[in-house]
Design a protein around this ligand. Structure first.
Ligand code: URA
Length: 236
């Protein structure tokens, strides 16, 4: 792989930035100052530094993002801004895509990755990876409504949802729901089946991941090694 490609797939520098850094002698390969941006680099074997810092090669990247209102969970959209637009261009070039969908007005935890196989496994209905959502509805929920959630709700198209956990706050109009599947607009449709209406929805967990309290809307960070491992374990 060319040095400039290596530095772009590791989200360190654009080709232009690499050219500038190479000219100023701040990129090294195996301890020797790089002279050309197209010099070959073996990502598995060579040691590259950029501005004095070692560059760690990772084939797969995992980004946890706090989705704001109005963004769509897609890589491209003709109409609305996409969650990818919240990342710097270097990350977009890594081929990241959203692992699962949140509706345009749903907020919270969104995982982006370029690991297609892991994403597929995390979303597979067979694996039952749990996702918890904080919600608010228009009308108070009754014990019978909660029992319906726990037993499974019949949606308007006849689909019978898998049992979902529900916890209500004292106001009975807010709480959390935990799903082990991910049908289109699922929570909205479950509430509608009970003649209620979602007014607020935020995903707070996805498998082993929790939305960090200090991650503001629209902000993102890469997963730690421990979080990555926990995700791989959840997808086994
Ligand atoms: N259920 C919904 O209705 N919307 C989401 O975005 C996620 C779960």
């Amino acid at each position: 792989m060319r040095l400039d490609k290596f530095l772009s797939v590791t989200a360190v520098a654009t080709r232009k930035e690499t050219a500038k850094a190479v000219r100023s002698g701040t990129v090294t390969v195996n301890g020797i100052v790089a002279k050309k941006t197209d010099m070959p680099v073996d990502p598995e074997k060579d040691t590259v530094t950029y501005g004095g810092k070692p560059v760690v090669y990772k084939q797969y990247r995992y980004v946890l993002l706090n989705k704001p209102d109005g963004y769509v969970s897609a890589t491209e959209d003709g109409k609305d801004p996409t969650v990818l637009e919240l990342l710097p261009p270097l990350y977009t070039d890594l081929g990241l895509f959203p692992c699962g969908r949140l509706d345009k007005h749903t907020l919270g935890l969104m995982l982006l990755t370029n690991n297609g196989e892991l994403s597929h496994r995390l979303l597979s209905p067979r694996r039952h990876v749990a996702k918890r959502y904080a919600f608010r509805v228009k009308f108070p929920l009754s014990d019978a409504d909660c029992a319906c959630f726990r037993d499974g709700v019949t949606l308007e198209d006849g689909y019978e949802t898998k049992p979902a956990e529900i916890e209500l706050n004292q106001d009975k109009k807010s709480g959390t729901v935990t799903l082990i599947e991910g049908k289109y607009h699922q929570i909205k449709r479950m509430m509608e089946a009970l003649h209620n209406q979602i007014t607020y929805l935020e995903r707070v967990t996805f498998g082993p991941l929790t939305l960090p309290a200090d991650l503001a809307r629209g902000e993102w960070r890469e997963l730690t090694a421990a979080q990555e491992q926990a995700l791989l374990d959840a997808a086994k």
